[in-house]
Structures are given as structure tokens and as C-alpha cells.
Design a protein around this ligand. Structure first.
Ligand SMILES: [Zn+2]
Length: 132
């Protein structure tokens, strides 16, 4: 009888521990809300596991950048499709250029990169926890 109680207590303890670890990990990736990718500063928010409000900013003055993907409409070859991230209010001018598609493609690309990094961060945390 006492052994059973001990076993139940142990299981409850493990469940509580796992819940706390899960909660900490959740907070960790929710704090990851900006990064420098493709030479531009990106900011976003989390809604559940989805990235919302993703936009790029000038790394020098933090002003919001705009996309110039007019070149994408004039060619059908992927290698020639280039989207420029531009800023006209400071000396930076053209901040970055990304090959392969238009602004939708660029936003998708950056989102995938952020999600990939989020996964990496989570697995790095797990490795830390497992080390003696
Ligand atoms: Zn700037």
C-alpha cells in the first residue's frame, strides 16, 4: 500500500516537473521576437506557434524597410527574380537583396528560417537539460 502511494507520488512529481520544463521552453521561444536575417533586422510576434506581424527594419536606424519586387514581374526565371529591401530615409539605401521570388516568397523564407531557429533553440535547451 505504501509502495503504491510512493509510486503514484513519483509519477505526479514527474508530470509536474515535465509541465514546468515545457512551460519554461514555451516562454523561451516566445521571447525570441527579433533577429538579423539577410542583412536586415526582423521583428515579429507570436500567436500560439504562428508568426504574426513579421516585418523588416533598417539595421542602422531601425526604420521600417519596404520591398521592391518589381523585377519579379518582368521575368519568369527564378534565378532572375530578386526582391530588394530598401530604405530611403537614411544612408543605408538598399539594405539587402534576396534572390528567388517576390515579397511573399521573402516573407515565407524568413518565417521558415525563424521557425527552424526556434526548433534549434528548443533542442539546444533539451541538450542542456540532459547533460549531467
Ligand atoms: Zn536606416
Amino acid at each position: 500500500m505504501n509502495n503504491e502511494l510512493l509510486a503514484i507520488g513519483g509519477i505526479v512529481g514527474i508530470i509536474i516537473f515535465l509541465a514546468v520544463v515545457w512551460y519554461m521552453k514555451r516562454l523561451e521561444y516566445k521571447r525570441y521576437k527579433n533577429d538579423t536575417l539577410y542583412d536586415a533586422q526582423w521583428l515579429w510576434d507570436w500567436q500560439g506557434r504562428n508568426i504574426v506581424g513579421l516585418w523588416c527594419y533598417c539595421p542602422t536606424c531601425k526604420g521600417a524597410l519596404s520591398f521592391d519586387d518589381t523585377l519579379c514581374k518582368t521575368t519568369s526565371k527564378l534565378g532572375e527574380k530578386i526582391t530588394y529591401l530598401i530604405f530611403t530615409h537614411c544612408d543605408s539605401g538598399q539594405v539587402a537583396q534576396i534572390k528567388g521570388g517576390d515579397r511573399r516568397y521573402v516573407l515565407n523564407l524568413v518565417q521558415r528560417e525563424i521557425l527552424r531557429k526556434t526548433q534549434t533553440k528548443i533542442s539546444v535547451l533539451q541538450k542542456d537539460k540532459n547533460e549531467p
